[in-house]
Design a protein around this ligand. Structure first.
Ligand code: HSE
Length: 308
C-alpha cells in the first residue's frame, strides 16, 4: 500500500472579467486529502470533515478525475481517499475544484508522477464538470493545482499561462451562507452578448493580466470589471451594489463575485484596510439576517503540494 497526504488551496475564479478563463489561488483555505493506493479495484471515499459531502462514488467530484487518470494509465488499483480538511462546500471559492485537484495531484504522486501539470488540470476538469452541470472549465482547478493567477489562453488545445500573485496585494473574501448552485448561476447567463460589451470585456481582460504582471493595483482595479456575467448574477447576492460601493469608499480597490458565488471578494493593498473591509462585509450580510464568514488572504503561489 502507498500513501500520500496533499494540500490544495482554495481559489477565486473569473476575477471579474475573466469568466471561465481566469482564477487565482488563495492561501487561507484549502482541502487536505489523504490517498491510499493498494492492490485491488474500486474507489472508496471517507469524509472526516464536519461537512456533509457526497461520499458515494457516483456523486463525488473526485471520482471522474480518478477514473480518468487510472484508465489513461491502464492501471487497476484500489483507491481510498480520506477528506481530512475541506473548504466549505458551495462557498464559491473552489471547493469542488480543490477536491478534484487534490485527487489528481495525490494519484499522480502515487503513480510515480507520470503526468505534467497540464494533464493534471485536464484530469481535474473531469471532476469539476460534475459540479457545474457538465461545463468543463479550469478557472478553479488550474490555480488550485498550479498556484498564483492562471489565464486559460485556449481550451482546444488546452493552454494556459501563470502569473505570480503580487506580494503586496490582499484578498478579502466573504462567504454569505446562502445557496447559489453553479449550475443555476450558469443557467441565467445569456447565449449572446452585445458587441460593445464584448469589446469592453476583452479590453478589461488585457488590462487585468497586464496589471497583475506589472503589480499595478490601479490597473488591476480599473480592469477587474465584468460587464457580461455580473449583471445577471448579482441578483443572487443581497445588496451586491451597495456593498461594493461601501467597500470602495473604505479603501477597497475592486469588488466582485468569486466564481459563481455566493462568496464575494475585494482586493486591497494592505491588511489594515482588509480588516476594515471584513467588518463592512459582516455588517452588510447581517442586516439581511445572513450568517457570513470572512477572511483575509494573500495569494497562494505554490498550488497543490504534498504535506506528508
Ligand atoms: N467560471 C465558473 C463560473 C466558476 O463562473 O460559473 C464556478 O465554478
Amino acid at each position: 500500500m502507498q500513501l500520500v497526504t496533499v494540500f490544495v488551496p482554495a481559489s477565486i475564479a473569473n476575477l471579474g472579467c475573466g469568466f471561465d478563463i481566469m482564477g487565482m489561488a488563495i492561501e487561507s483555505a484549502g482541502d487536505i486529502v489523504r490517498m491510499e493506493m493498494s492492490e485491488g479495484d474500486g474507489i472508496e471515499i471517507i469524509n472526516k470533515t464536519d461537512y456533509d459531502i457526497p461520499c458515494s462514488v457516483e456523486d463525488n467530484v473526485m471520482t471522474p478525475s480518478i477514473k480518468a487518470m487510472l484508465q489513461d494509465r491502464g492501471v487497476k488499483a484500489h483507491i481510498r481517499v480520506t477528506l481530512m480538511g475541506k473548504i466549505m462546500p458551495g462557498s464559491g471559492i473552489g471547493s469542488s475544484a480543490a477536491s478534484a485537484s487534490a485527487a489528481v495531484f495525490a494519484l499522480n504522486h502515487l503513480l510515480g508522477k507520470p503526468y505534467d501539470s497540464k494533464r493534471l488540470v485536464e484530469f481535474a476538469m473531469e471532476g469539476e464538470a460534475l459540479s457545474s452541470g457538465g461545463a468543463k472549465h479550469a478557472d478553479n482547478v488550474a490555480p488550485a493545482l498550479l498556484g498564483g493567477i492562471v489565464l486559460i489562453c485556449s481550451y482546444h488545445p488546452f493552454e494556459y499561462i501563470t502569473i505570480p500573485f503580487p506580494k503586496d496585494f490582499c484578498a478579502v473574501v466573504a462567504h454569505p451562507h446562502i445557496t447559489v448552485k453553479t449550475s443555476e448561476s450558469r443557467a441565467v447567463l445569456p447565449e449572446k452578448i452585445p458587441l460593445h460589451d464584448a469589446i469592453q470585456q476583452w479590453a478589461n481582460v488585457g488590462g487585468l493580466v497586464s496589471g497583475f504582471m506589472k503589480g499595478d493595483m490601479g490597473l488591476v482595479a480599473r480592469s477587474m470589471r465584468d460587464v457580461i456575467v455580473e449583471p445577471y448574477r448579482k441578483r443572487f447576492i443581497p445588496g451586491f451594489d451597495q456593498l461594493g460601493e461601501r467597500l470602495m469608499a473604505e479603501g477597497g480597490e475592486t469588488f466582485n463575485i468569486s466564481g459563481s458565488g455566493p462568496s464575494v471578494f475585494a482586493l486591497c493593498k494592505d491588511a489594515s484596510v482588509g480588516a476594515r473591509l471584513e467588518v463592512i462585509m459582516v455588517e452588510h450580510f447581517q442586516q439581511f439576517g445572513i450568517k457570513v464568514d470572512t477572511f483575509l488572504s494573500k495569494g497562494d503561489n505554490l498550488g497543490a503540494r504534498v504535506i506528508f
